[in-house]
Design a protein around this ligand. Structure first.
Ligand SMILES: O=C(O)CCC(=O)C(=O)O
Ligand SMILES: [Fe+2]
Length: 317
């Protein structure tokens, strides 16, 4: 039996396979309470429209305001540590991308295989050699996920085969699991909702995290406007978008949007939010240390985007 910590095992799985299943991560009671609390919302939700979501599915988002139990999943310590490991090198901080409840109704057909990062067109152009990831997705089953009711299909190792649009169905595995467990997979991992061939719905909750400089699938500031986010613990509000991404991205009145959690001053004045190495470069330019004749930028380096440069260097010598 492996003696590696759950964290080390998950990170190793993600690097090697592009996904991991973590058994019994939270209690069945927590998931049961969450599921029961969402029953009425599922019943009130229209079927999805569109060939991606699937007409035999029901989906609704903004889960942090629909259930008091979602926050503990969003801020689950192990999930946050794994997300930091996989996304941290590529951003100042990662953010909440989406919370969505999904029901596959009886008879639902298989979803088209896809990679969740494909929403961001630049994902096809990054240097894959460096293993840049855009997103971490966590599927929390509300009901048992079985091969018959549409357990998520995952293609192991597909994060290393991004030039293949599709991979043979026989290579897919079904993420069979029970409530309390979680399927974690990368934005670059090929996957799909399976087909539900049973008479009962398959329900789950998706919680995903993305690089803090990307446009998230769900706009958190609309899902959770300041009067809602003010009720969140500060760490959760920060994860849900109330945090400036250095340098100066995602601001309100030129400032960190956490300003809105404390009540606003009409025109507080802009305040730069820069990384120390960006401050340093600008200081060097001001004092004339940088010679324009010898100022070739290293990959990813500029006065305002030293992040990538720093981390590529850190992780690759
Ligand atoms: O429901 C599932 O199992 C996966 C859904 C999915 O991958 C998606 O909607 O992006
Ligand atoms: Fe997906």
């Amino acid at each position: 039996m492996s003696t590696a910590s759950p964290y080390a095992r998950c990170v190793a799985d993600l690097h090697e396979q592009g996904y991991t299943i973590i058994k019994d991560l939270v209690t069945v009671d927590l998931i049961a309470a969450l599921g029961t609390g969402l029953d009425a919302q599922f019943a009130a939700t229209e079927f999805s429209k569109g060939s991606f979501s699937g007409a035999e599915t029901r989906r609704f988002a903004g889960l942090l305001k629909r259930s008091p139990h979602v926050a503990s999943l969003v801020e689950h310590d192990l999930i946050l540590r794994i997300s930091e490991e996989m996304l941290g090198p590529w951003c100042d901080h990662f953010s909440l991308n989406l919370t969505q409840a999904i029901e596959l109704t009886p008879g639902a057909s298989q979803q088209v295989p896809h990679r969740d990062q494909d929403m961001w067109p630049c994902s096809g152009f990054v240097d894959r050699e460096h293993g840049m990831e855009f997103l971490i997705n966590v599927m929390w089953p509300l009901s048992d996920f079985t091969q018959d009711n549409g357990a998520t299909l995952v293609w192991p190792g597909s994060h290393r085969r991004q030039d293949e649009l599709l991979i043979a169905p026989e290579e897919a595995v079904m993420a069979e699991m029970a409530p309390g467990s979680a399927l974690v997979f990368l934005g670059s991992t090929l996957h799909a909702a399976g087909a539900n061939r049973t008479a009962l719905p398959r329900r789950g909750v998706i919680i995903s995290y993305c690089l803090g400089w990307l446009k998230p699938y769900e706009l958190p500031w609309l899902a959770y406007p300041p009067e809602v986010a003010r009720q969140f613990p500060r760490s959760l509000a920060r994860l849900a978008g109330y945090r400036v991404h250095r340098p100066n991205l995602g601001t309100y009145e030129g400032r960190c949007p956490s300003l809105l959690l404390d009540g606003t001053v009409e025109t507080p004045g802009a305040v730069d939010a820069l990384l120390p190495e960006q401050e340093e470069l600008i200081r060097a330019w001001r004092s004339g240390i940088i010679d324009p004749e010898q100022s070739d930028a290293r990959p990813g380096q500029s006065f305002l985007s030293a992040t990538l440069d720093r981390d590529v260097q850190a992780s690759h010598g």
